[in-house]
Design a protein around this ligand. Sequence first.
Ligand SMILES: Cc1cc2nc3c(=O)[nH]c(=O)nc-3n(C[C@H](O)[C@H](O)[C@H](O)COP(=O)(O)OP(=O)(O)OC[C@H]3O[C@@H](n4cnc5c(N)ncnc54)[C@H](O)[C@@H]3O)c2cc1C
Length: 473
Amino acid sequence: MDSHHRNTRTTDLPPPALDGELRFDQVARAQAADDFGHIVHTAPEAVLLPGSTDDVAETIRWAAKRSRTFAAQGQRHSVWGRSGARNGIVADMSTLHSVGRVQGDRIVVGAGVTWREVLAATLPRGKAPPVLTDYLELSVGGTLVVGGVGGTTSRYGVQSDNVIAMDVVTGTGEGITCSAQSNSDLFDAVRAGLGQVGVITEATLELVAAPEQVRRFVLFYPDLAGMLTDARLLSADAGFDAVQGAILAAPTGGLSFQLDVATFFTGNPPDDELLLAGLSDDPARRNPSTIAYVDYLERLAGLEAALRANGQWFHPHPWITTFIGDSHVESVVDDELGSLDPAMDLGRFGQIVLSPIRTGAITSPLLRTPSEGLCFAFNFVRVPTTADLDDAHRLVESNRAVYERVRSAGGTLYPVSAFPMSNEDWRRHFGSAFHRLDEAEKKFDPDHVLTPGYDVFEGGPHDGVSRRRAAPG
Ligand SMILES: Cc1cc2nc3c(=O)[nH]c(=O)nc-3n(C[C@H](O)[C@H](O)[C@H](O)COP(=O)(O)OP(=O)(O)OC[C@H]3O[C@@H](n4cnc5c(N)ncnc54)[C@H](O)[C@@H]3O)c2cc1C
């Protein structure tokens, strides 16, 4: 039988019986076609609302038999269609939202819960995940597959370094529990593995004691060199729990260079003088505050509310996120700033993030960082004032150029960025770790059913159909 006939027969297979629901309607498909980037649209054939892990497994097997692709969708905060599956099946993971009880230093959660929902369960018990993304409305599964960087990454690594175990459904529809001790090849290929080899349905997360309060300062610098000098000093010293930098358009024109630094505490506040000794920021502008830990974690809420109110939250978001080694950061960032038009390239509410990260605590094998002890997250958080797609594509092209300059300076991509990557780009991106992902792919998703939006593998799926072979019905 030729592949055409095989395809015709298999595409007629009826959907499996489910605990949840499979939606084929236009509303569900249109919603699932979009993401926070609002640039790439990939309409699926159907949207699964899984009622159980079995639903995910059954539907992946059904999709594979029909030569369709399958992608999990957390909160769809990707910016380049990475959670899409054109003509394939997507799963709205938010229906897998169980939150277990805090047990000692861990909690078991459904992969579709947001970090905000995790915190709601842990904070009343005096616990929190050691690393939290700056924005809490991201799903646990969605950040574990990219890594999950937060203010405390220098100390604790990324979120995928702090997951104890995961229940995963592979591309062949097999449910497997994995951890560092058991099925570690799958565990290491799922963490920061871009959803290529498995869909996470449940995760056991590590917890630490949550502080009650935060002493926070915003430090201002006249130029990049001053900001970088203090960023290095602060990251070498354990005094602050979080050090995050930003370059923004100053209201008076030009650029503003600032570090947002925070020390967590319970009980006695830290000594400001000791904390800030030796820094070269402008002391008159230091802006100190003491706030509840939970308010610190919600520090982006004000910006989100403002952008929702002015509509820019719903505009295209051609963001790029990279890591650049300390030895090259100043020259690369200086060059980029030289050609930057803040109003056109960032927008009034946009910024360039430039945050020091010590790489020693990062252990997820597939998260690529420069081979230096200190690197900087170097991100263009572009917030266009217009919904114009041509303008968004201009910025996407600019992202590609930024990436190439960062890469040629030994830097790496944090793969949540808005521009296309070829199979060869991905191979180069993963470098010496590529074989690990490739081996796992051959074992756990040999027909390239899962997560087509990244387009990592040659012969991978396009338009919902695997190019490798149509599976027998
Ligand atoms: C406003 C905003 C703030 C952000 N802040 C940070 C930050 O502070 N730190 C940081 O590291 N990142 C940050 N990001 C990036 C973010 O972590 C990633 O884009 C993340 O993948 C989005 O999570 P999500 O739940 O929306 O996932 P989605 O966009 O739905 O999915 C992302 C990818 O993960 C896959 N996926 C989703 N769920 C699963 C699952 N259960 N199993 C397997 N694969 C799955 C999808 O198929 C897709 O490929 C931010 C993004 C936005 C828009």
